[in-house]
Design a protein around this ligand. Structure first.
Ligand SMILES: [Zn+2]
Ligand SMILES: [Zn+2]
Length: 151
C-alpha cells in the first residue's frame, strides 16, 4: 500500500463512518515508533505507521485511521479532541474506534490468529479469522496458511 492508497482509504472511512469528507493529507511515516498513527494539529494531516500495515494488514489500518479521524473532526469542530475529553469518548465509541493510538504491542496482544505465507514465510497476525482462500500475502502474493490460534 502506498500513500495514494492510504489517502483513498482515509477518505472512504471518513465518508463511511463519519459521513464527512477528509480534506487533508494522510501518509505513511516510518519514523513513528510508539504509536500506530498521529494527527498533526497544525497541518491537519494524519500520519500512519507503515509497520502496522506490514504486520497486521488493512484491519489495523482502519482502526488507526478511525482513531485519528476522531481527533481530526473534533479538532476542526473545536470540540474536545483529546483522549480524555467526553466528545472524544463519545465519537470514538460511535464509530467503533479504539480510544488510544494503539501501539504495536497492544494490537499484538489482541491478535487471536496467526497466518503464514506458504512462499515467503511472512507472518500475519489478525484479531479475527480470515478467509485464507481470499487473502494473499501482502509481500509476494503467496497463499496464506493457518498457523496456530494464539489464545
Ligand atoms: Zn489518539
Ligand atoms: Zn509471501
Amino acid at each position: 500500500m502506498n500513500n495514494a492508497a492510504l489517502q483513498a482509504l482515509t477518505e472512504s472511512i471518513a465518508c463511511d463512518y463519519f459521513n464527512r469528507s477528509f480534506e487533508h493529507r494522510a501518509y505513511f511515516n516510518r519514523y513513528l515508533r510508539t504509536t500506530g498513527g498521529r494527527y498533526l494539529l497544525e497541518s491537519h494531516d494524519i500520519e500512519v505507521n507503515p509497520k502496522q500495515y506490514e504486520k497486521f494488514g488493512e484491519e489495523a489500518l482502519v482502526d488507526i485511521i478511525k482513531h485519528e479521524l476522531c481527533h481530526y473532526f473534533l479538532h476542526l469542530d473545536k470540540k474536545g479532541y483529546q483522549h480524555r475529553d467526553k466528545d472524544f469518548k463519545i465519537l470514538s465509541k460511535h464509530v467503533d474506534a479504539p480510544r488510544f493510538c494503539a501501539p504495536l504491542e497492544s494490537y499484538e496482544s489482541r491478535a487471536n490468529y496467526v497466518y503464514q505465507c506458504t512462499k515467503c514465510a511472512t507472518e500475519y497476525l489478525r484479531i479475527r479469522r480470515v478467509n485464507t482462500l481470499r487473502l494473499r500475502c501482502g509481500k509476494c502474493g503467496g497463499k496464506l496458511m493457518d498457523v496456530i490460534d494464539n489464545k
